[in-house]
Every structure is written in structure tokens, then in C-alpha cells.
Design a protein around this ligand. Sequence first.
Ligand code: HEC
Ligand code: HEC
Ligand code: HEC
Ligand code: HEC
Ligand code: HEC
Ligand code: HEC
Ligand code: HEC
Length: 446
Amino acid sequence: MSLITRLPIAGTFLVLILSLFPGNLLLSERVVDDTTLGLERQYMPVIAQNAPVGAPTRTLPLPLGTGAPPPGNGQYAIIAWNDLGMHCMDADFEDFALLPPYNTLMAQVVRRGDEPKIVTDVQVEYRILANTTSAQKVNFWDYAQKLFNLNAPLPPDIGLKGFGLQGRMRAEEDHFIAEGIPVTEFRDDYPRTPYPYQIAEVVARSPDGDILASTQTVVPVSSEMHCESCHQDNGVANPDIATGKVKQNILLLHDREEETQLFEQRPVLCASCHASHALGTSGRPGVDNLSRVMHGTHREISAGPDGNVCYRCHPGPQTRCLRGAMAQAGHTCQDCHGTLADMARPGRRPWIDEPRCSQCHASEYSENPGRLYRFSKGHKGIYCQACHGSQHAIYPSREYNDNIQSFLLQGKAGTIRDCLVCHTNPPDADEGPHRGDDHDSDDGDD
Ligand code: HEC
Ligand code: HEC
Ligand code: HEC
Ligand code: HEC
Ligand code: HEC
Ligand code: HEC
Ligand code: HEC
């Protein structure tokens, strides 16, 4: 294996690994079998957890039952990512919905060469490994039509933008996208064991169907919201309400405080009255946006035993969605986002006024002016997320699955820094990513 990690050409490297271990790259005995552990939530072990950040690792154990992605022809590279660091969804839609199942996958395909080229004249397909259905795992499809005011029922396993758990990504100007994939945190074989770091396999094919390149990336999804810790029957937030259902308690509390009739109108979409940029709703005039009412009303709550107040609602003490390089450097949510009160401050635009890398890193490492991280591009039009991963999972990540892609591309976890992933000859190092006039080559705004 040490020979393999030193091989200079990433394409050859990948093919070589794959030919050594055809079928399945399960090399580690540390992979556990979910069926034997009676844990409510448990995940794959993490190999790089105790290794120094960025340390080269030579084995590539893939999670149970997933296998290696098919080899390409070495002439192309594909890099894929989820647009958000974590997608949070409700576990049950009978009473109300904060957020539907809705992951968005993006990818860029590079034709390798002396002058690599970002291309879109290929086809890109995706599928979620070991996870082919959602409709049997969550009751979203029973309520989607009413919640989202649709003209017709939403077909099972199809998301709000028409994409399913597998299919073809849509080509845009310089990337591919599949929006609103309705994936849940439950794999087919373990429909009750949350597995929030789901893996998508993404494959680029020629118009004739030949495989050009493939990769694996995480589509993170979790329903770990702990409203029940305060809104359970007779809970601290609603001492005299006890319907037997947490979500119904919340609706009755809202009705009592705000003189609404949400309980009778079940199922309700919170964002139908409280604007949410995430769902594209503009809300009702005079009613505050969803982020502000939620963060503002709860600004005085205390943290749970894990000490993180954000994990009361965001996934969560078990999922620990903050898992990338900054988490390992000891940063907490508040270091980047501020407190609950800061989140709810007047004038703040939710989903737009977000933290920036340049709050801590030098300006040559900042996002494009006026653009969020996820819409920004660096080196010659490559998205920041292609080389660094999603916010909250900036490479290298605590979670094994997040690191698979960088292993596949360059043989070690961390920032995509091996120029030969895309270049076929070592390029001029003075002009690589974050060097020279490279950075602000982008135009437009979001
Ligand atoms: C740590 C405790 C805690 C958690 C966790 C919590 N809440 Fe609350 N919530 C409260 C308290 C306390 C109030 C009452 C505030 C008051 O009396 O004004 C409240 C009030 C509310 C209200 C009523 C607001 C109003 O005045 O109309 C809603 C709606 C609500 N919570 C929803 C949620 C949802 C949804 C979740 C989970 C995503 C959640 N809460 C999690 C403590 C909590
Ligand atoms: C039919 C419209 C409607 C729906 C649906 C609705 N709300 Fe409200 N909500 C209001 C109104 C009106 C207020 C009071 C005005 C305001 O705070 O903007 C309010 C207030 C709140 C508050 C308290 C704000 C504060 O500062 O005291 C919270 C929290 C809240 N809503 C959360 C939710 C959640 C969570 C849902 C989904 C379960 C929801 N709302 C669904 C209309 C609605
Ligand atoms: C009481 C539950 C609750 C708590 C506690 C909470 N959030 Fe949220 N948060 C939500 C909900 C619900 C949404 C979705 C709002 C939407 O769809 O627009 C959200 C959305 C967000 C967003 C995206 C929208 C935006 O406003 O930009 C950020 C960022 C965020 N939360 C950060 C935090 C941070 C940081 C903390 C801890 C300091 C925290 N949240 C604590 C419920 C909560
Ligand atoms: C190192 C800085 C950093 C830390 C730490 C951090 N965030 Fe974020 N977060 C960001 C950035 C940057 C974005 C927006 C990026 C974009 O949309 O392009 C973001 C976006 C979000 C969003 C919107 C949805 C998404 O996934 O993009 C939520 C919700 C959120 N953060 C919650 C949290 C919570 C909860 C924590 C702690 C568990 C946390 N963040 C820790 C930088 C951070
Ligand atoms: C709150 C401050 C803060 C913010 C905001 C922040 N970082 Fe960091 N970042 C750090 C610290 C601290 C380190 C660790 C530095 C070290 O160990 O030398 C780090 C390390 C890194 C590394 C090196 C990882 C490695 O070990 O290879 C990368 C890459 C990185 N950050 C990217 C980002 C990106 C991209 C963003 C914006 C989405 C961002 N950072 C936002 C504080 C921050
Ligand atoms: C082609 C791959 C590539 C792209 C695209 C890319 N980066 Fe980087 N980034 C790197 C490499 C390699 C490093 C480490 C070498 C260095 O420090 O220059 C790095 C380092 C960083 C760091 C850590 C700097 C530090 O203080 O250690 C941040 C922050 C960062 N990049 C942000 C961004 C942002 C924001 C974008 C998009 C505007 C982006 N990067 C696009 C490859 C890339
Ligand atoms: C994810 C793919 C990717 C990675 C990784 C990458 N590059 Fe590039 N690079 C490109 C693309 C695309 C171009 C645009 C080629 C063109 O249109 O001329 C480019 C162009 C360049 C150029 C301009 C001259 C030329 O050959 O066209 C230099 C210099 C360069 N890269 C250096 C680097 C260095 C140094 C590294 C490693 C530290 C690196 N690149 C990593 C994709 C990449």
C-alpha cells in the first residue's frame, strides 16, 4: 500500500487500488455490525479520529455493504458534495413540518490534462448506497401534498424538486446538481438505526454510457431534534399541556400564546406563515421569519448535558453535525455563528448572513465577495466545497465517511491538494489554489 500512496498520478492510483481489491475495499476489522449493537444511534467508527489532522492513512475500509465505486478511465476526475453541512428534517409529518427530506448534491467533472478543463458534456448519475427507499421509512408522502400545497400527490420516493434517491443530475453552466433528494437517515437493512452520514455514489459517463470517473460523498441528514426535552407532556415549556405527542403539545402552546388554530389545521408547515429562505416561502405579512421566532423565543434556554445549546434542536448530541477541521481545532457553533440572541438579532437575514472563512483566515482564503461559501469558487472555477468539503465537515472530518472522497482522489484525508487529481503534469506551484490572481476570477453574485 505504501507504494500506492506514493504513486504520482491520481487516476492510475485509483485504478491500481481498485484492481488490488476488486469488489469491496473492506480492510478494517474496526467496522462494526449494526445488528449486534442494540444502540439507538450508532455510526461507523472513525479511523482518523486520533491521528494528527491531515496524517496520511493507507487503508481504505469502506462502510459495510457499500463496496468501492467503479473505476474510471483515468482521463477524468469527478468531485461531488452536499451543499449544506447537515440537512435537518422532521421525523414525523402528521402534525407539523419544520423541514422536509431535502438534500442537494452537486458535482464538478474535470477532464484531466496539462490544462485541465471543467466539462459538462458528460452524464452524471447518483445513487444513495444501501438506501433505495424513503417512503417506507417516514410518513412525509402521506402529508406532502397538503403541507406544500401541491396540485397532485407527490409520488413516493420523489422529492419536492422531482429528484429521487437515484437518477441523473442536471447539468448547469459548470457543475451538476440534484436538488431536494428525499433521503432519510435510515438505510434499507437498518430502518430504525439512524445513520446520518449517508453515502452517495456519483458516476460520470460518456454519452455512450462508458464510465469516465466516479466518487463517493456524504449526503448528511438527521432528524435528531430534541424538542421533547422541554415540550414533552407537562414539560418545562408547557407544564399544563399533555396530549401524548410532543408535536401536538407544541401546536397547542402556539395556539394558546398566539391565538392561532394550528391544532385544528394539522398538518401545518411552520414556514407557511414564518418565512424561510430554505423552503423559498415568504410567509405572512407581519409575521416574523422562522429562524428569528425559533432562535428568539428560545434565546434563554440552557444547554443539555453535552454543553451545546444549539444541539438542543440541531443534530445533535449524538449526530454531532459539526465534525470538520474547525471542530477538531476546538471551535464551537457560537465561535462562528454567535449566540441564540445573535441569531435572532433584528435585521439579520437568515440563510444569507452566515459566517465567513475570512472571519479567522487570511483574505486570500475568503469566499467570493457577496457570496456564501457554498456558492463560491476558487482555483479556475472549482467550487470551494470541491476541495474543502461542506461547511461543518471541512476536510479532514471526524467522520470516516466524509473522508472517503479525499482518500479516493488523493490517497489521504484532507484538503484536495494533490495537483495531479486534475493536472497530468506537475503545474507551477506559485499559481495553484489561493496563489496569484487566481482567487477573484469569479463574477456575478448570489
Ligand atoms: C431546552 C428547552 C427547549 C427546547 C429543546 C425546545 N423548546 Fe420550544 N420552548 C421552550 C420554552 C421554555 C418555551 C416557552 C417560552 C415562553 O414561555 O415564552 C418554548 C416555546 C416554544 C414555542 C411557542 C412560542 C410561542 O410563544 O408561540 C414553540 C412553537 C416552540 N417552543 C417550538 C419548539 C420546537 C419546534 C422545538 C424543537 C425543534 C423546541 N421548541 C425545543 C423550551 C424549549
Ligand atoms: C397560521 C400562521 C402560523 C403558522 C402556521 C405558524 N405560526 Fe408561529 N406565529 C404566528 C403568529 C401570527 C405569531 C405571532 C407574531 C410573530 O411573532 O411574528 C407566531 C409566533 C410564533 C413564535 C413566537 C415568536 C415570539 O417572538 O414570541 C414561535 C416560536 C413560532 N411562532 C413558531 C412556530 C412554529 C414552530 C410553527 C410550526 C409548528 C409555527 N410557528 C406555525 C403564526 C403562525
Ligand atoms: C429551539 C430550537 C433551536 C435552537 C436551540 C437553535 N436552532 Fe438554529 N434553527 C432552528 C430551526 C427550526 C431552524 C430552521 C429555520 C428555517 O427553516 O429558516 C434553524 C436554522 C438555523 C440556521 C440557518 C438559518 C439562519 O438563520 O441562518 C442557522 C445558521 C442556525 N439555525 C444556527 C443555530 C445556532 C448557532 C444555534 C445555537 C447558538 C442554534 N441555531 C440553536 C432551531 C433552533
Ligand atoms: C467554522 C465556522 C462554523 C462553525 C463552527 C459552525 N458553522 Fe454553521 N455555518 C458556517 C457557514 C460558513 C455556513 C454557511 C455556508 C453557506 O451556506 O455557504 C453555516 C451554515 C449553517 C446552517 C445552515 C445550513 C447549513 O448546513 O449550511 C446551520 C443550520 C448551521 N450553520 C448551524 C450550525 C451549528 C448548529 C453549529 C454547531 C454545531 C455550527 N453551525 C457551527 C460556519 C460554521
Ligand atoms: C472561528 C474561526 C474559523 C473560521 C470562521 C474558519 N476557520 Fe478554518 N481553521 C480555524 C482554525 C483555528 C484552524 C486550525 C489551524 C491550525 O490547526 O493550524 C483552521 C483550519 C482550517 C483548515 C486546515 C485544515 C487542515 O488541517 O488541513 C482549512 C482547510 C480551513 N480551516 C478551512 C476553512 C474554511 C473553508 C472556512 C470557511 C467555510 C473556515 N476554515 C472558517 C479557524 C476558523
Ligand atoms: C483546487 C482546490 C482548492 C479550491 C477550489 C479552494 N481551495 Fe482553499 N485550499 C486549498 C489548498 C491546497 C489549501 C492549503 C494550502 C494553502 O494554505 O494555500 C487551502 C487552504 C484554505 C484555507 C485554510 C488557510 C489557512 O489559513 O490555513 C481556507 C480558509 C480556504 N482554503 C478557503 C477556501 C475558499 C473560501 C475557497 C473558495 C473561494 C477555496 N478555499 C477554494 C485548495 C483549494
Ligand atoms: C480539482 C481540480 C484541480 C486541482 C486539484 C488543481 N487544479 Fe490547477 N487547474 C484546474 C483547472 C480546471 C485549471 C484551468 C486550466 C485552463 O483552463 O487553462 C487549472 C489551471 C492551473 C494553472 C494555470 C496554468 C494551466 O496549466 O492552465 C496552474 C498554474 C495550476 N492550475 C496550478 C495548480 C496547482 C499548483 C495545483 C495543486 C496545488 C492545482 N493546480 C490543483 C484544476 C485543478
